[in-house]
Structures are given as structure tokens and as C-alpha cells.
Write a protein that binds this ligand. Structure first.
Ligand SMILES: NC(=O)c1ccc[n+]([C@@H]2O[C@H](COP(=O)([O-])OP(=O)(O)OC[C@H]3O[C@@H](n4cnc5c(N)ncnc54)[C@H](OP(=O)(O)O)[C@@H]3O)[C@@H](O)[C@H]2O)c1
Length: 285
């Protein structure tokens, strides 16, 4: 039995879709805090169990009989270290053979503010004695392609990443990596994967790609971190999201999102999705 937490999220759904191509639905548990969100998965024969990271009492039932667990990191930044500790404790009680955790690229040295929760979780996993594998995911292409409509409206992509190069990959690439690890016949315990796209680009190059595909001018406009944060606040983003995005871009300017190890393509056995493909997909949707 393989349990996927956060299965109602965008990455979790992709993982389950791909897992269903490899193992029967009866061997998969979608562990979610709101089971009604994944009625479609239940209809396919996937076991759906309630699991709220903030309610440890839900986790033992969710993990009963689990051989492997994919802990997809919570989206509740700031609460994640405690939430993930609860998941690790429950995985230990369940006696799982493997817990795979979606961390962040170069978590141990990362300049990203959001890496702190991941570092704490990695330490907690190591201390727990639960056999663990770290999927240190880089940025998703979709973090940028989701904003293309706004970029086109402004004729500009705003950011604070300077000339920093970004080795992102499609969310689906990271889903394939998780499935490769969960279904591998090799012992994965103790491994650390630094996962990132094969090619890197600057935000100037991203804006140029959007222009190329749409025929409309989009220029990258670099702002100081504080000014970018202020612009995000003015655009209506919640304060903590504005802080996080501006901080991440500033870290990207210093190389925090760059990697050239090609571990993701090696793990999934194919090149990672080019940025241009994800831009085209976003423009079609
Ligand atoms: N690498 C990157 O570029 C990048 C970008 C964004 C996020 N991330 C991280 O990667 C994770 C997966 O990405 P994603 O795109 O799938 O994010 P997402 O679509 O926002 O999904 C987040 C998932 O976490 C679940 N969750 C949040 N709080 C929970 C709780 N207290 N108990 C149980 N489940 C909870 C959500 O459940 P509900 O459906 O009930 O809300 C959802 O299933 C994110 O959560 C975040 O940690 C990475």
C-alpha cells in the first residue's frame, strides 16, 4: 500500500494519475484533509482516507497498512515543520518501509526563506529513524506560467531575480520523479535527490519566450526586493505570499533556483519538460 498525502493538491493529483499507470488503484491511498475533493479518485478505486497534518489523531488511520508514504509538503508555510513532524511520528508508529518527502532544492544550504521548514523536516526525518528519501524539488515552471495572463495585460513580467538563472521543471516532471522513487525496486532509503530542470533561464528569457509565442511585447522588469513586494501587495496578494515571492526572487538572483546536476531527467528516464512547452500549455488553457 502506497499512501500519498496532499493528494487533493496539484502535485498529489499528478502523482496519483501516474501511479495508477503502474500499480492497481487498490494499492493506492489518497490521504487528504477533505475527502469530498477527491471523489473522482474514489470512483477509480483509489482508497480515500482523511488526513489533516494539523490533526495528528487522523494520521494513524490514514497510514494503517502503509508500506510507503509520500509526504507532500504542506502549503501552510510557517506551520509546516510541526505538521510534518506529526506525519513523521505517525509514519513511525505505522512502521513504514519508506517515507519520501518533497523538500526544496539544496535545502541544506538554500537561501530561500521557505527552505527553513524543509530543513527542519529533513532533520526530523533523519532523527526519527524512519527510512527516508528526500525529493528536493526545484521550482515549478507553473510558478511563472500561471501569471502569463497578467504579464500580457501589463506588457511586463515583474520580479526581483535579476539575471539569476532558474532551473525549473514542469510539476508533472516532479510527479514522475516521486513515482519512480516510490515504485523503484532499489532501496531508496537514505538517498537525497536534487531535482531540477535540464535547462535554465533568466526571467528576461522567460518574458522573451512569452513574447515569442504570443507575438505581444512582454519585457522583464527587475525591481528591488522591497519594491517588488510592495507591487505584489498592491496587486492584492496576502502579505505572507508577497513576502515569500519577493524573498524567493531575491534568492534566485543569487542562484538559489539554479542546478545543473540533471538528477531529475536521470531519475525519470527522459529529458525534463522545456519551459517553452509549459508556456504553450498555459497559453492554451
Ligand atoms: N517546487 C515549487 O515550485 C513549489 C511551488 C509551490 C508549492 N510547493 C510545495 O509543494 C507542495 C505541493 O505543491 P502543489 O502544487 O501540489 O501545491 P497545492 O496544489 O497548493 O497543494 C497543497 C496540498 O497540501 C494540502 N494541505 C495543506 N494543508 C494541509 C493540512 N493541514 N493537512 C493535509 N493536507 C494539507 C492541500 O490540501 P487541500 O486540498 O485540502 O487544501 C493540498 O492537497 C506545496 O504544498 C508546497 O509545500 C512547491
Amino acid at each position: 500500500m502506497i499512501v500519498i498525502t496532499g493528494a487533493s493538491g496539484q502535485l498529489g493529483r499528478l502523482v496519483i494519475d501516474r501511479l495508477l499507470q503502474k500499480i492497481p488503484a487498490s494499492g493506492i491511498v489518497a490521504a487528504v484533509r477533505s475527502p469530498e475533493k477527491v471523489a473522482d479518485l474514489a470512483a477509480k478505486g483509489v482508497h480515500v482516507r482523511q488526513a489533516d497534518y494539523s490533526q495528528p489523531s487522523t494520521l494513524d488511520g490514514a497510514f494503517a497498512g502503509a508500506k510507503k508514504i509520500l509526504l507532500i509538503s504542506s502549503s501552510e508555510v510557517g506551520q509546516r515543520a510541526a505538521q510534518h513532524q506529526s506525519v513523521i511520528d505517525a509514519a513511525k508508529r505505522a512502521g513504514v518501509e519508506l517515507l519520501a518527502y518533497t523538500s526544496v532544492l539544496h535545502a541544506d544550504t538554500s537561501l530561500l526563506g521557505l527552505a527553513e521548514d524543509h530543513r527542519q523536516t529533513e532533520v526530523a526525518l533523519a532523527a526519527s529513524g524512519v527510512p527516508g528519501v528526500l525529493l528536493r524539488n526545484g521550482w515549478y515552471h507553473e510558478n511563472y506560467t500561471a501569471g502569463i495572463a497578467g504579464d500580457l495585460a501589463h506588457g511586463a513580467h515583474f520580479g526581483s531575480a535579476g539575471d539569476g538563472r532558474i532551473s525549473s521543471a514542469a510539476r508533472a516532471d516532479y510527479a514522475d520523479a516521486a513515482v519512480a522513487v516510490l515504485t523503484s525496486s532499489d532501496d531508496q532509503a537514505g538517498r537525497v535527490y536534487e531535482l531540477a530542470g535540464d535547462a535554465s533561464y533568466s526571467l528576461t528569457e522567460f518574458a522573451a519566450e512569452v513574447s515569442r509565442q504570443t507575438g505581444k511585447p512582454v519585457v522583464y522588469t527587475d525591481l528591488p526586493e522591497a519594491a517588488y513586494k510592495a507591487a505584489l501587495l498592491q496587486a492584492g496578494l496576502p502579505a505572507f505570499v508577497a513576502e515569500l515571492l519577493a524573498n524567493s526572487d531575491a534568492a534566485a538572483a543569487q542562484g538559489a533556483l539554479f542546478d545543473e546536476g540533471h538528477q531529475l531527467s536521470k531519475l525519470i528516464g527522459r529529458p525534463t519538460t522545456p519551459l517553452a512547452v509549459s508556456v504553450a500549455a498555459a497559453l492554451k488553457s
